[in-house]
Design a protein. Structure first.
Length: 310
């Protein structure tokens, strides 16, 4: 069975967020270096540094070379790199020698300056791993340059991660963002191929969100003016960044009403809040599966709570 090696990278304050996304993408506990038979596009996550389509794994480097030779790989304009990982740290000269050594067993032509294909070699503990390399591309960054925004919008990295936690890489699931603001979550959901809609109680904000979708070539009418407490639809998942008083006047009761209304809208809720709302979520009939605090830096004690509820 085909295997894939994933390597993750994150700032210290986002470890919990990375681990939570990992749990819902791979349905296993987090590992910074991870081998699995699940083939997931490396570009969907802000935390995936790279992926190797594994050709061979061996504790004996000579056996690794023989397996690569047996497979008869042929690439024009390729190069072999050593992929650094946080577990093992071979000597730099050794990594250069090993990359050069194994390149003789790959047919084609080498192009070190402008390769069309990259082959990655790495060593995790006592195992050598080699295969075709896919480097993560920050494709989500283009949606950061929206025509309309406000300073307290969800940042694009968090929006992308919420979609992955919610959808679990299953594009058959339907999503709704019923307090969509400027539509950042909807944009990220559409970019990842999900069926997602959004609405907002404010006519002005929902219009600006539609303009944002149109700007990137999506159907602006996927966002409408609506009230979560009156909406009649049903979806697999709702993603809610719950409003609070900094920019949107709202009472505690109205916040609770949003959570209660979400219970009627969806089977799964991913909720973002500046305050702990365990009691309010449970009173609405949800079971909290996970809760983390995502801080802006590792030195602050506050941030946004992220809940995964069913």
């Amino acid at each position: 069975m085909k295997q894939y090696f994933y390597l993750f990278n994150y700032p210290p304050e986002e470890y919990d967020l990375c681990a939570l996304e990992f749990k819902y993408l791979f349905h296993e506990e987090y590992q910074q270096c991870f081998i699995t038979n699940k083939d997931i596009d490396v570009n969907i996550s802000v935390f995936m540094k790279g992926k190797i389509d594994v050709w061979a794994i061996s504790s004996n480097f000579d056996d690794l070379k023989e397996e690569v030779k047996r497979q008869n790989h042929n690439y024009q304009d390729f190069k072999v790199i050593y992929l650094k990982n946080p577990i093992s740290h071979p000597d730099y000269q050794e990594t250069l020698d090993k990359c050069k050594d194994i390149s003789w067993f790959i047919a084609g032509s080498v192009n070190m300056s402008k390769p069309k294909h990259t082959i990655a070699l790495t060593k995790v503990n006592d195992l050598w791993i080699i295969g075709y390399y896919h480097h993560g591309v920050p494709s989500w960054k283009k949606y950061d340059d929206k025509p309309n925004t406000f300073s307290n919008s969800l940042d694009i990295r968090l929006a992308r991660t919420l979609i992955n936690i919610a959808g679990e890489n299953d594009q058959t699931k339907t999503m709704i963002d019923p307090c969509c603001g400027m539509g950042t979550v909807v944009l990220e959901g559409l970019a990842l191929g999900y069926s997602i809609k959004g609405f907002d109680i404010s006519r002005d904000i929902s219009w600006k969100a539609r303009c944002n979708l149109n700007h990137f070539g999506f159907d602006g009418m996927l966002i409408t003016k609506d009230d979560i407490n009156k909406h009649q639809g049903h979806y697999d998942i709702a993603i809610i960044d719950i409003p609070y008083n900094l920019y949107t006047p709202i009472t505690y009761k109205e916040q609770c009403d949003i959570i209660n209304s979400a219970r009627k809208l969806c089977n799964k809720l991913v909720l973002v809040s500046y305050e702990q709302m365990d009691q309010e979520i449970k009173q609405a009939g949800f079971e909290i599966r996970n809760r983390i605090l995502r801080k802006k830096t590792e030195f602050v004690k506050f941030g946004r709570y992220i809940y995964v509820c069913y």
